[in-house]
Design a protein around this ligand. Structure first.
Ligand SMILES: *[C@@H]1O[C@H](CO)[C@@H](O)[C@H](O)[C@H]1NC(C)=O
Ligand SMILES: *[C@@H]1O[C@H](CO)[C@@H](O)[C@H](O)[C@H]1NC(C)=O
Ligand SMILES: *[C@@H]1O[C@H](CO)[C@@H](O)[C@H](O)[C@H]1NC(C)=O
Ligand SMILES: *[C@@H]1O[C@H](CO)[C@@H](O)[C@H](O)[C@H]1NC(C)=O
Ligand SMILES: *[C@@H]1O[C@H](CO)[C@@H](O)[C@H](O)[C@H]1NC(C)=O
Ligand SMILES: *[C@@H]1O[C@H](CO)[C@@H](O)[C@H](O)[C@H]1NC(C)=O
Ligand SMILES: *[C@@H]1O[C@H](CO)[C@@H](O)[C@H](O)[C@H]1NC(C)=O
Ligand SMILES: *[C@@H]1O[C@H](CO)[C@@H](O)[C@H](O)[C@H]1NC(C)=O
Ligand SMILES: *[C@@H]1O[C@H](CO)[C@@H](O)[C@H](O)[C@H]1NC(C)=O
Ligand SMILES: *[C@@H]1O[C@H](CO)[C@@H](O)[C@H](O)[C@H]1NC(C)=O
Ligand SMILES: *[C@@H]1O[C@H](CO)[C@@H](O)[C@H](O)[C@H]1NC(C)=O
Ligand SMILES: *[C@@H]1O[C@H](CO)[C@@H](O)[C@H](O)[C@H]1NC(C)=O
Length: 635
């Protein structure tokens, strides 16, 4: 107690002295404009840069995919060669990682690591080599913390993080007290975050809670040596050789647009994406992309307003983009002031008020201001978005689509197969297919005209028929999907979706979305369990599991075979009868406890209790802030 009160005194005294203002690397700056002052294009087809990049990536993924099929599957040489012969187009594998806080980040890390040949054991008892064959990787909220922290740190592997080769993902302390109960350091953290955000504000940019959230998050995802990624931008990838040379997949982050003046995020909200080259939306409400590097520049109908010195750089800070995809958690910062817990209440004295001063009325949004699409006139721009000064973005899962499918089902991207990892929370911290239904439904709305998503059943069927207890393939026969393909899709065949849901194998991986700290042991257990999910318990979960890699191989080559009119081998037919959704729906429902029974108990039966006092306090806060989160949007 004495220690805590000393801590508080130090904190309060020091927080009162927020005066110095050092311009941090976080703040965007004005730079001279590129010679072409048109920074926006209509969303027709892929950007020139993405096309050029794809050629490089394909020169790597194509031989890798061949190697994966040769080394990990039973497919015959003739079957494999057929896919790569006669000018058949390159196969695009996409990976989608869902939201769900650290649960999604850690489980997703294990799942991804099972596809990564750099992981110990992934080749022997996982799908090692598939990640090396992947073209696109999309992340949302917690899933984007994963894809972002790997991508923005030179495409390090999950194994590197496990082996402590990089000093990131130290989750022992909560985001809110990243240095634990160390008074001086805690003061420094809050001061440094405030200075960064203040610098952005003083440079003339609108700031919001997302900026505070972004700088807090970044402390877990970037090393301290570079001031926690203060000057790492999403577009910085263009200067990184691992990206330039196509040695990593193309990372895409998603966010939802909220219509100005509304609070509700409905299923018809505009889906935005951020990639290394561009930020924007394929939806008819925007149908445009802006150069990510110059985000923050004032544009009128896509053209720079003012003279050549008026362009802005650094707005696309990587932590800020990761925060923008996960604004749901802004509320945790915003609501700190409502808690009765003394420690936090006292911090409120200065810091929380300081935060409140930064934000506009809307705490749970990220403001992109000025709006890069102001006064654009593409497709259907009676849309209110083009008339708004600012763009209001929220957590990518708030429209119910907790798996970031939108960028991967765009006809222009020609994705053949999506490995979809669902670590959302629908029932007892586990998914029930709600996210799949949300993307399926969206294709029938005005905003979702581009892109087709295969038929999926209702949530009761997902649970009762075991579609979450083992991986399930959707859209197995392209010929069955033709009636879903709209005229805007120009006949593009939708990808086959391999749906892989979180479930416990060796660890109770259904942790709370609001659990903001993990011990080292918990973190590693979550990652291992994720590996087991994607590898079907290291190829042993049932009699069929030994052939799991072969069956994934069959799914990967399916669209290519269909394009060429090649029939499936007996091996692949066997796989498809094992894993494809058979089109049947269940007429029974199962309860949460029945679900847990069918999934079985991990060997380590109890979750470790939160260790320190601070951690349990923070858990308490989280519960207060989000009492109903589990019934909400499925994150
Ligand atoms: C400038 O960029 C726009 C958008 O990418 C493009 O349409 C236009 O042709 C470019 N103009 C010149 C002169 O290169
Ligand atoms: C590729 O072309 C050869 C020769 O034209 C033909 O015999 C073979 O059937 C073709 N393979 C496929 C998969 O279309
Ligand atoms: C592939 O296409 C190119 C150009 O269209 C052609 O020159 C080449 O002969 C084709 N190769 C095969 C194996 O069909
Ligand atoms: C599965 O493989 C991973 C990675 O090699 C390993 O950490 C884990 O202990 C294995 N699990 C089982 C159940 O064998
Ligand atoms: C993965 O590693 C194995 C064993 O080292 C190797 O045989 C295989 O070719 C690798 N796969 C890819 C796609 O690089
Ligand atoms: C705060 O920022 C200063 C100056 O960049 C740095 O020296 C210090 O280590 C930072 N402290 C923390 C706790 O991040
Ligand atoms: C979205 O749906 C709501 C009601 O469902 C409707 O009022 C609104 O106009 C729609 N917005 C767009 C852009 O379609
Ligand atoms: C909030 O901003 C107002 C106006 O700039 C200022 O008077 C007030 O002191 C600020 N409050 C805090 C807690 O920083
Ligand atoms: C800040 O946001 C407000 C409200 O959207 C807008 O009117 C103003 O122009 C913005 N300022 C800047 C510098 O973007
Ligand atoms: C596709 O359609 C055929 C014929 O209608 C049917 O037999 C088959 O089960 C369907 N496949 C799926 C995966 O729905
Ligand atoms: C793959 O080959 C193994 C032996 O190499 C065999 O046991 C297994 O049944 C085969 N799987 C399929 C799907 O044919
Ligand atoms: C569904 O209900 C019908 C009768 O209402 C029953 O005959 C059938 O077996 C049930 N199907 C399943 C899969 O439970």
């Amino acid at each position: 107690m004495i220690y805590i009160s000393v801590l508080l005194k130090v904190l309060i005294l020091s927080l009162l002295s927020f005066t110095t203002n050092v311009l941090g690397g976080y703040s965007p700056t004005h730079v001279s404009c590129p010679s072409n002052k048109t920074l926006v294009r209509q969303g027709t087809g892929l950007s020139h840069d993405e096309k050029t990049w794809l050629a490089k990536r394909h020169s790597i993924t194509t031989p890798n995919l061949k190697a994966f099929l040769q080394t990990k599957t039973n497919l015959t040489a003739a079957e494999i060669n057929g896919v790569f012969q006669n000018n058949s187009s390159d196969i695009n594998v996409g990976i989608a990682l869902s939201g769900g806080g650290y649960r999604a980040m850690l489980t997703g890390a294990g799942e991804l690591s099972a596809l990564d040949n750099r992981t110990v054991g992934a080749f022997e008892h996982g799908l090692g080599g598939l990640l090396e064959s992947t073209t696109y990787i999309s992340g949302l909220s917690g899933g984007n913390w994963l894809t972002g922290s790997l991508s923005m740190n030179d495409w390090i592997s999950v194994q590197d993080i496990i082996d402590n080769k990089y000093d990131i993902w130290d989750l022992e302390n909560s985001i809110f007290l990243p240095e634990g109960l160390h008074p001086i350091k805690t003061y420094e953290v809050f001061r440094n975050i405030s200075l960064d955000v203040e610098a952005k504000k003083n440079a003339g940019f609108n700031t919001s809670l997302t900026d505070v959230w972004a700088r807090s998050l970044a402390r877990g995802f970037f090393e301290s040596s570079g001031d926690y990624g203060a000057d790492v931008c999403w577009s910085s990838l263009r200067d990184k050789s691992v990206f330039v040379n196509g040695e990593m997949p193309f990372p895409i982050t998603v966010s939802d647009g909220r219509y100005p003046g509304t609070k509700l995020v409905s299923s018809n909200s505009t889906n935005f994406e951020f990639n290394a080259f561009e930020m924007g939306s394929w939806d008819p409400t925007v149908d445009a992309f802006v150069d990510t590097k110059y985000l923050g520049t004032e544009l009128d109908n896509g053209v720079v307003k003012g003279d050549n010195s008026q362009c802005v750089q650094g707005y696309d800070n990587a932590g800020f983009i990761m925060g923008t995809s996960s604004t749901l958690f802004n509320l945790m910062v915003a609501k700190l002031e409502n808690t009765e817990i003394h420690l936090i209440k006292s911090l409120k004295m200065k810091f929380v008020n300081f935060i409140k001063n930064l934000s506009s009325d809307n705490d749970d949004i990220s403001i992109i201001s000025p709006n890069p699409f102001f006064n654009t006139h593409y497709y259907n721009t009676s849309s209110s978005i083009s008339q708004s000064d600012s763009l209001f973005l929220v957590d990518g899962g708030e429209d119910g689509q907790n798996i970031p499918f939108t960028p991967l089902i765009q006809p222009a991207r020609e994705v053949d197969i999506i490995m979809a990892f669902d670590n959302g929370n629908n029932l007892n911290g586990l998914p029930d297919g709600t996210a799949m239904a949300a993307t399926y439904d969206r294709q029938f709305s005005d905003v979702g005209v581009l892109g087709t998503f295969p038929y999926v059943p209702d949530q009761a069927t997902f649970l009762a028929n075991g579609l979450t207890s083992k991986p399930t393939f959707f859209g197995c026969d392209a010929s069955n999907l033709t009636s879903l393909v709209g005229s805007d899709d120009h006949g593009h065949v939708p990808p086959l979706v391999v749906y892989v849901a979180n479930r416990p194998y060796s660890y109770w991986s259904n942790t709370s979305t609001t659990k903001m700290s993990y011990t080292e042991q918990e973190k590693l257990a979550m990652i291992t369990n994720g590996f087991e999910i994607a590898s079907r318990n290291n190829l042993t979960s049932d009699a069929a599991a030994a052939d799991w890699a072969t069956c994934v191989g069959c799914a990967v080559i399916r669209r290519s075979q269909e394009r060429q009119g090649v029939a499936q081998s007996d091996t692949c037919q066997k796989c498809f009868s094992e894993y494809c959704w058979n089109g049947k729906t269940a007429n029974t429902t199962i309860s949460a406890s029945q679900l847990m029974e069918t999934l079985g108990s991990p060997a380590t039966t109890t979750q470790k209790k939160e260790g320190s006092k601070v951690k349990s306090l923070l858990q308490g806060i989280a519960k207060k802030i989000f009492p109903n989160l589990s019934t909400g949007m499925g994150v």
